[in-house]
Design a protein around this ligand. Sequence first.
Ligand code: LLP
Length: 421
Amino acid sequence: MNHFEYGPEGLACEGVPLAKIAAEVGTPVYVYSRATLERHFTVFRDALALAGVVDPLIAYAVKANSNVAVLKVLGDLGAGADTVSEGEIRRALAAGIPGERIVFSGVGKTRREIAFALSVGVAEINVESEPELDLIAQVAADMGVKAKVAFRVNPDVAAGGHAKIATGKSENKFGVSFAEAARLYANASNNSSLEPVGVACHIGSQITDLEPMRAAFTKMRGLVEQLLGEGLSVERLDLGGGLGVPYFNSPEPPSPAEFAAMVGEVTQGLPVTLAFEPGRVIAANAGVLVSEVVHVHERPEGRKFLVIDAAMNDLIRPAMYDAFHDIRPVIRRGGETVYDVVGPVCETGDTFTRDRALPPFTTGDLIAFMSAGAYGAAMASEYNTRPLVPEVLVDGDRYAVIRKRPTYDEILARDVVPEWV
Ligand code: LLP
């Protein structure tokens, strides 16, 4: 469920018409619903509670939507943060999420980032490889602290979905191999700079079938039991993120309740706390990208291009993963025309969709890309020197700009021309 519905002034986010935001903030613009973010988080949390999962750490995956205001909405509900860079850790802290609810993941953490994570007392650093474990031990020893680590294990399970976001097979770069996990865990337990606190897995994103998750989680349960059986201390099993969301053309994903029930079954009686790293399932359907039609360009051979003011740099998912986003007119109207919806960037890949039946549009009309709250603004760039899209958060009948559109002066001021040029 989300809070984007048609009202008397067209498509609205909670109590605020998108047309009003477009007029006042300009387009393109990302618009998020606070009520939807809160609802998605509480549905996920309550589903786990109902399935008997006691006191889990729900570390929202910051990469999905890293705006500090979004993080604060979730943090205030008790969410932790799954982070993959010093920048993301800083965002989580700025949102008031304490270090003990922050998980630090990622395959290439630098010495500086590890030192920063240790200095703010993160809950666990998810170790992705043996060289990384050595580096963490070194940094912790230099700082005179004990690093809490969890081993991200690659369970060698295919999650389905798009190859560019599948992470759980042994040919992918993520995690230590299953066969090595127990040896590394035991070694780390004997290192005075390391405190292994658990194991973690994450097999992919936009997963719409519970079975690969069940298979991976079952393997992880076996590993926890093995480690406990060897007398090692294991406090936490981190089951990652990855639960899919409906994008309208995709297979209906399992509900949080179905996901939680499966987790409850697989982990029943296991004497550890669980952690989760959901991103998309919290943020995707809590946001839209609003854009204005610049031209309708009709080719004599028949193709009709809807040229809009948003582009691949603002929402890269269609260009990068052939992702489908539902497109709705902000003001509802009848009729149907088949369009290719394209942005102004000088690449053929700057195509949001081809041959999509939509209501007829003219210059100045507003459209909304639905389900754009996750991996939308967070993946935006300034390619073609297009200013980063602003972000707006709606709360009932009020809204605030939570990231400003940079001015051209601000953009240009970052470049430095040396005096010898
Ligand atoms: N934990 C780890 C270690 C991850 O790598 C990810 C996502 C998550 C959690 C959150 O996964 P989620 O619950 O959001 O599926 N840009 C792509 C998705 C990339 C996902 C990367 N890792 C897209 O737009 O589809």
